[in-house]
Design a protein around this ligand. Structure first.
Ligand code: G3P
Ligand code: MG
Length: 243
């Protein structure tokens, strides 16, 4: 995956603005991030929206499961006030709104397909279909990732031209086979569950490894020096300032 930047804003810039909101994407851009990551899930009526949890209560003033609420109901919720009062009124964006903002800002993105349980294929297909319909070939770069292999398979079948990343916590034993089967060009792992020696070996084999969630400049430096191509951070400005 050419063109990756070493620091990717996580869920926008999750320590600086409410995660997975348009304000968060804008903030990441203002803070100097060239890339952002965000999570995408389907509403009950099949609209892809930016949200991390399967339930609404942590990051909005709603309750219950995302996949049981219509897009209209979810868009009426407040996704900013829980973070800080000045973000009151910030909504849960649709993927379409987020993509429009990325284009406006020239911001590259890792779109994490985050299906609710049982919705992996539909979520992968919907995200891929929308990217194929909306995203211009000359637009910023898009990298699609998921913990759900079925979702990545759906992306591959729907829009094979989209670059894909295999996302996992610990390095899975079958990572090489799965990356090959799903045509993934990047491997996204939890930095706290990967030792530096193994990271060095993967890098030595030419595997682009991206690590989440790295919030101290010291750790970011260590991982990048050991061969990681990028780290996801809630506070990209702190890492960029220390580079
Ligand atoms: O895509 C990297 C990272 O966001 C994966 O974990 O739970 O923060 O979506 P999570
Ligand atoms: Mg994520």
């Amino acid at each position: 995956m050419p063109g990756l930047a070493p620091v990717i804003g996580h869920r926008g810039a999750a320590a600086r603005a409410p995660e997975n909101t348009l304000a968060g994407l804008r903030r990441a851009h203002e803070l100097g991030a060239a890339w952002v990551e965000f999570d995408v899930m389907l509403t009950a009526d099949g609209v892809p929206v930016l949200i991390h949890d399967e339930t609404l209560q942590r990051t909005t003033d709603g309750r219950g499961r995302v996949c049981r609420h219509s897009a209209e109901a979810i868009q009426a919720l407040d996704a900013g006030a829980w973070f800080a009062p000045q973000f009151r009124g910030e909504g849960v964006p649709t993927l379409e709104q987020a993509l429009a903002l990325l284009l406006e800002l020239g911001l590259h993105a890792n779109v994490e397909v985050k299906p609710a349980t049982g919705h992996a294929v539909a979520t992968g297909e919907t995200v891929a279909t929308m990217l194929r319909r909306i995203w211009p070939a000359s637009g910023p770069r898009i990298l699609v990732s998921s913990f759900e292999r079925e979702a990545l398979g759906a992306v591959l079948r729907t829009a094979p031209e989209l670059p894909r990343g295999l996302l996992a916590g610990r390095l899975p034993a079958d990572w090489a086979t799965v990356m090959q089967e799903l045509g993934c060009t990047t491997l996204h792992l939890d930095h706290s569950r990967l030792d530096l020696r193994r990271l060095g070996e993967l890098a030595g084999q030419g595997v682009p490894v991206l690590l989440y969630t790295v919030n101290t400049p010291k750790r970011a430096r260590e991982l990048l020096q050991a061969g990681a191509v990028a780290v996801f951070s809630d506070l990209p400005d702190a890492l960029l300032a220390a580079q």
